[in-house]
Design a protein around this ligand. Structure first.
Ligand code: CA2
Length: 145
């Protein structure tokens, strides 16, 4: 089993509870369940986390340097603001995929730029929560020998 970390940033703990027209009706627990199924099919061992705190996300990314072979991250609004998260990802050696539930490019101008995209090997936006499963499939392909 290859360890993969999935990280979620601020407010994503409220997924499914507000703005279903933007983010859909599924909760973060639903996302985790679907990811667990996909991961098992691809022989990946998931660690799944969410934090509303920038520093905690930085620490989790630092931890991943020794505990995970790949990172899938939805940094939430920190995508658009956090050089600290970008710096932490730049110190991680494996593949990084950035996921956004909504299509950030079809939304307000301030969402069009993501610092994390400077490091990400791939970016998936606007595919709803299926984006996480797509990211896992891609990670599996990238990590297979
Ligand atoms: O589309 C995405 O996945 C985002 O990363 C979500 C972030 C937003 O700041 C990014 O620009 C795009 C916000 C997550 C807010 O999550 C909510 C969930 C339920 C209800 C309200 C907000």
């Amino acid at each position: 089993m290859t360890p993969v970390m999935i990280l979620n940033g601020p407010n994503l703990n409220l997924l499914g509870q507000r703005q279903p027209q933007v983010y859909g009706a599924d909760t973060l627990a639903d996302v985790e369940k679907r990811c667990e199924t996909m991961a098992a099919n691809h022989k990946l061992a998931l660690s799944f986390a969410q934090s509303n705190h920038e520093g905690e996300l930085v620490t989790l990314i630092q931890d991943a340097r020794t505990t995970a072979k790949a990172i899938i991250i939805n940094p939430g609004a920190y995508s658009h603001t956090s050089i600290a998260i970008l710096d932490a990802l730049n110190m991680f050696d494996g593949p990084v995929i950035e996921v956004h539930v909504s299509n950030i490019h079809a939304r307000e101008a301030f969402r069009h730029h993501s610092y994390v995209s400077h490091r990400a090997d791939a970016v998936i936006a606007g595919c709803g929560i299926q984006g996480y499963e797509m990211a896992l499939e891609r990670i599996s392909a990238l990590l297979s020998p």
